[in-house]
Design a protein around this ligand. Sequence first.
Ligand code: G3P
Length: 225
Amino acid sequence: MSELRLPAVIVNFKAYAEVEGAGALRLAEACQEVAEQTGVSIVVCPPATSLGEISRVATIPVYAQHVDARRPGAATGRLTPELIRATGAKGSLINHSEHRLLLADIGAVVTMCRENDLTTVVCTDTSATSAGAASLGPDFIAVEPPELIGGNISVTDAQPEVVEHTVKAVQRIDENVRVLCGAGIKTGRDVKRAVELGADGVLLASGVVKAKEPTKALADLVQYL
Ligand code: G3P
C-alpha cells in the first residue's frame, strides 16, 4: 500500500446531495486546504463518478467508497480494483455498513487490492467482526456501530469500549493492521478521544459533508492532531 501518515482522518463523501456534480471537487479542495494548512493526514472518498476528476488534481490521497471482488471483464456495473486504480485513486473502503459484502468477497477483494497497490480499509461493526476482518490482512479496520452512523452522538462517547476492544482484538490477530473508528464523530474532542482510545484515526462523513462550512468543520475536527 502507499504509506499513509497516522493519525489519519478519512472523509467519506457518501452520496449526499452536497457532492453531486461539482460539489465533490469543491469538498475535496476544502479537505486539501485543511490538510495543507494543518499538516494533518486527510484522505477523501468521493463518489465513484468523481474519482478520476479528483484524483487528477488532488495532492491528498483519494480512496473509493467501495470496490467489488471482480476481475476485469464481463462485470456490468461493478467496480474492479483495476478500474479504481486506473482513476488514480490510492485505496478503497470495503464492506461499509451501507454497502456490505460477503465474508469471502471481503477476503478476495483485500487480496486483489493488494495486487493493485491499493490501500484497504475494511469497515466492521463490532470488535468480534473486526478480529475476523483483521485475519484477512487489510491495511486498516474501521469500526463503526451502524446505529450511530449519521447521528450526533460520537462512538467515542456512546461506545468507547467498542473502540478499545477493537484495538486490542485486532492487535492480537495482526499488529500490522491499523484501527480507525467512526460514527457520529463531529468535533475535535471526538477525534482526540478516538486517538486516546487507541485508534490511529477516524472515518467520518456527515460532520464535514453536511456542514454549512466544511473547511471550518474539518479544521475543528483535526485541531488536536
Ligand atoms: O463512512 C463514515 C461513516 O459511516 C460515519 O458517518 O456521518 O456518522 O460521520 P458519520
